[in-house]
Design a binder for this molecule. Sequence first.
Ligand SMILES: Cc1cc2nc3c(=O)[nH]c(=O)nc-3n(C[C@H](O)[C@H](O)[C@H](O)COP(=O)(O)OP(=O)(O)OC[C@H]3O[C@@H](n4cnc5c(N)ncnc54)[C@H](O)[C@@H]3O)c2cc1C
Length: 469
Amino acid sequence: MLNRPIRRVLAAPFHRSNKTIMDRQAKDAPLDIAIVGCGIIGTVLALGLLKRDINVRIYDQAQSLREIGAGIAFTANARKCMSMIDHRIVDCVTAVATANGDPENPNNNMQFIDGFTHDPDDPTADDMTGKTLYKLCAGPRGFEGCHRAQFLDAVTELIPEGVNHLSKRVEEVVDDPNGGPVTLTFGDGTTATADAVIGCDGIKSRIRQLILGPDNPASYPHYTHKIAFRGLVPMAQATAQLGDYRARNQHMYGGPSAHVLHFPVAKQALMNVVAFVTDPADWPLDLAMSQPATKGEVAAAFASWGPTVRSIIDLLPPELDKWGVFDAWDHPAPTYARGRVCVAGDAAHAAAPHHGAGAGIGVEDALALCALLEGVQRSVRGQGARKETVLKVAFLAYTAVRRERSQWLVRSSREAGEIYEWNDPVCGADMAKGHEEIKRRSHKIWYFDIEGMLDELKMEYSRRLVPEL
Ligand SMILES: Cc1cc2nc3c(=O)[nH]c(=O)nc-3n(C[C@H](O)[C@H](O)[C@H](O)COP(=O)(O)OP(=O)(O)OC[C@H]3O[C@@H](n4cnc5c(N)ncnc54)[C@H](O)[C@@H]3O)c2cc1C
């Protein structure tokens, strides 16, 4: 009897101090973020968060890590963002990027020319002499091609062991309204928890569907009615057919309702070719976005074009892949976040590839999220803010700052495709006008005020945070 109250008195302070220690430990513990998808954006984001002392796990449905063997070019703003995320990422680009083949003009990264007009009575005559080659300078190392698989291999090497979890298809995400952790459920029936979830799960994002709802058309990508035929050509073959300058430097050939692009990759060992063709037919969403194709299909689409373009098509292997080009233009996502779940990269704003900037803008998202989550961690540790509250605030600030620019890219990419294909109501077949228009739009992408974005994020975050604290 006598012991009982004494024990209670002794127990109370012990319990309180224990709780205080546990609270402090919880407050000081690093944030724990689940990233869905280990494509370019998920991997780059993970590296940035790890560098900022934030715990990360990446879940991907794939059984093994792989990228397709095609080219990708990064703009100067994307490279700058990479260096701010983790400078080792830029080293990976530099290691695998291919400089232009013209030592006199290393920065003429984009060149446009009419690929259609030629003398039909002499279909083999040189159809390029006398035409203007419109050049767009993207600055030093402004737009260099990389082999996708080589780049992803290089950045994945930097991910510490135990971060990537493969064969984990995310099906459901539940954000506990009572402040408990966010729970992810996988296709194999297992679950995992995290403080927040970032969907970098690409154009058919499950996380976007969960944020916007299954009945919202913005939850799904839509067909742009363009097919991209993609192939890699050994450079020796390309130079033999096209000559050194043409094969080793980026060129885009415009013409009616189609266009062809090529640029060197793999340190000039390969020429990456993408031929875009307008397709009036449908491409159902449940059909895989890449399908086998033959060179005959591409050749038929360009049969009435000039001999230079036809000879480029002739370089393609007899069997190649064709990609249905989908994007988010018809139904833009009204938000990129709900509660402690958000989306980045193609999952948020899949764009047609006509500016070659989809991944670059996704890298900007990754930098924005790194900066915000670093701020969240500081708010929790330094000001004792509630983790779940500040995470929600950070994701609201992210949508507020990133949505306008990334959705502009979606729109402008569609419009750029129409300019290249002489369908733009103002430019028509006037390549000079088209060039000016593409220049204006490209400059908006390349000369982006990254520091301005970071200031804006800070402002949006603090503005929302004050009433929450
Ligand atoms: C022809 C073409 C050319 C292009 N050229 C350029 C260019 O030159 N420059 C440029 O900047 N951009 C370019 N782009 C755009 C660029 O390819 C994309 O923006 C970029 O690859 C998107 O990366 P991501 O990481 O967001 O998505 P993804 O690369 O699609 O990665 C998504 C990942 O999520 C995983 N995943 C999906 N669903 C789930 C799930 N439910 N659970 C778990 N994992 C899941 C997938 O397995 C995948 O690994 C081009 C696009 C095309 C089509």
